[in-house]
Design a protein around this ligand. Structure first.
Ligand code: NAD
Length: 357
């Protein structure tokens, strides 16, 4: 894998390899774009089969964060850190070492939580850096903010695609009942929707069952007869095989990079399913974290609600242009980025080439 070639194609600024023997820290940190403000992105801790898989993940995720910032009107760009979970032998020390490195970047990168990053990690990391944007002591858990924004986006899409003014009576399949999926399921239930959910984790399932979610086996979630399929687990779950099984007219969830490859947006389109891109729908925690970081405010209700307006804008643009919503969202994000860079007197957008798949 030619990492620099990948960065050039995706328009990335930096890719940092971090290694600390005693703690077992092995991590990649990518900054996609810091030309218009700090680069925001969470820290993901998970197992990767190969090192190249971790690099691909960090490059894709950091690039999607730039688009997410543009569409959510956050004055900044995208970044991400992935930590290879298999090598950690002193996790607290590893997070401190990661925090020290983030501190060296002096605010160019502002981090937050992502999959696998838990409260004890945050405490260790924050002992070594000031640049943790999602201030837990001031803000609610990130997943709840993300779920609130996603609910506005799903409401808008349901109205536009299904012609329904309310979520009452709508059936939604939620894949992954963790911090985002669990919170989204509870919000959908409170709005009167029927929620079918799946998660391999028994604790997540039990909490969801108590809230009123009807559970199915994780392998069966794609086959459910539902109005909306909401993927909220890990990325890459939508591919040739899973897309062929989907029954929903609307696919709208929070999992980052849920399409295994960009071309799967075309496949969904051909099968008559409207795909709301994850980076449009799941900006809630970014809006709250970056917004608090920049202004000190803790309440972002109107900004979260605007995710619904952005979803509508993307869906209408796709219809008018005869493209997929993914294509329309990428075009819109690029236009916003170009005008930001022009306003900042910066160089032409770096990201012109083929997507990093
Ligand atoms: P999480 O770890 O809390 O939850 C993920 C859940 O998915 C876990 O309960 C896990 O058991 C489950 N899962 C794993 N594989 C599954 C499968 N095959 N089928 C069903 N469930 C499966 O993570 P999270 O914070 O809820 O994030 C979920 C997704 O949303 C990730 O892709 C993340 O990048 C994205 N996201 C999260 C936030 C946030 O605020 N937390 C913001 C934006 C995007």
């Amino acid at each position: 894998m030619d990492y620099l070639e990948w960065m050039a194609r995706g328009g990335h600024e930096r890719l940092c390899a971090l290694q600390d023997g005693p703690s077992g820290l092995r991590a990649w940190l990518a900054i996609h774009d810091s030309s218009c403000g700090p680069a925001y992105g969470g820290i993901r801790i998970r197992r990767y089969r190969r090192e190249a898989e971790a690099v691909q993940d960090v490059l894709r995720l950091s690039r999607a964060m730039t688009f997410k910032c543009a569409l959510a009107d956050v004055p900044g760009g995208g970044a991400k850190t992935v930590v290879l979970a298999d090598h950690l032998n002193d996790r607290r020390r590893a997070m401190e070492r990661l925090g020290e490195f983030i501190e060296e970047l002096d605010g160019r990168y502002r981090c937050g939580p992502d999959v696998g990053f838990v409260e004890s990690d945050r405490l260790a990391l924050c002992s070594a850096t000031r640049w943790y944007a999602h201030r837990r002591e001031k803000l609610r858990p990130a997943g709840e903010a993300t779920a609130e924004g996603a609910e506005w986006g799903i409401r808008a899409a349901v109205q536009h695609v299904l012609g329904r003014d309310s979520l009452a009576g709508i059936t939604v399949a939620v894949q992954g009942l963790g911090s985002v999926g669990g919170a989204l399921a509870r919000r959908l239930l409170a709005a009167g929707a029927r929620v079918i959910g799946a998660d391999p984790d028994p604790e997540a399932c039990e909490a969801a069952r108590r809230a009123g979610v009807e559970l199915v086996d994780p392998g069966a979630i794609y086959d459910q007869e539902v109005d909306v399929f909401a993927p909220c687990a890990l990325g890459g779950t939508l591919h040739e095989v899973s897309v062929a099984r989907l029954r929903a007219r609307l696919v709208a969830g929070c999992a980052n990079n849920v399409l295994a490859r960009a071309e799967h947006a075309e496949l969904l389109h051909r099968r008559g399913a409207v795909f709301v891109p994850d980076f449009v729908l799941n900006a809630g925690a970014l809006i709250e974290g970056a917004g608090h970081d920049a202004t000190g405010r803790t309440e972002f209700g109107p900004e979260l609600r605007r995710i619904g307006d952005t979803v509508l804008r993307v869906l209408r643009r796709a219809e008018a242009g005869g493209t997929t919503p993914l294509q329309a969202a990428l075009e819109l994000a690029r236009e916003i980025l170009e005008s930001r860079r022009r306003a900042a007197g910066g160089a032409a957008p770096a990201d012109r080439a083929a997507p990093v798949d």
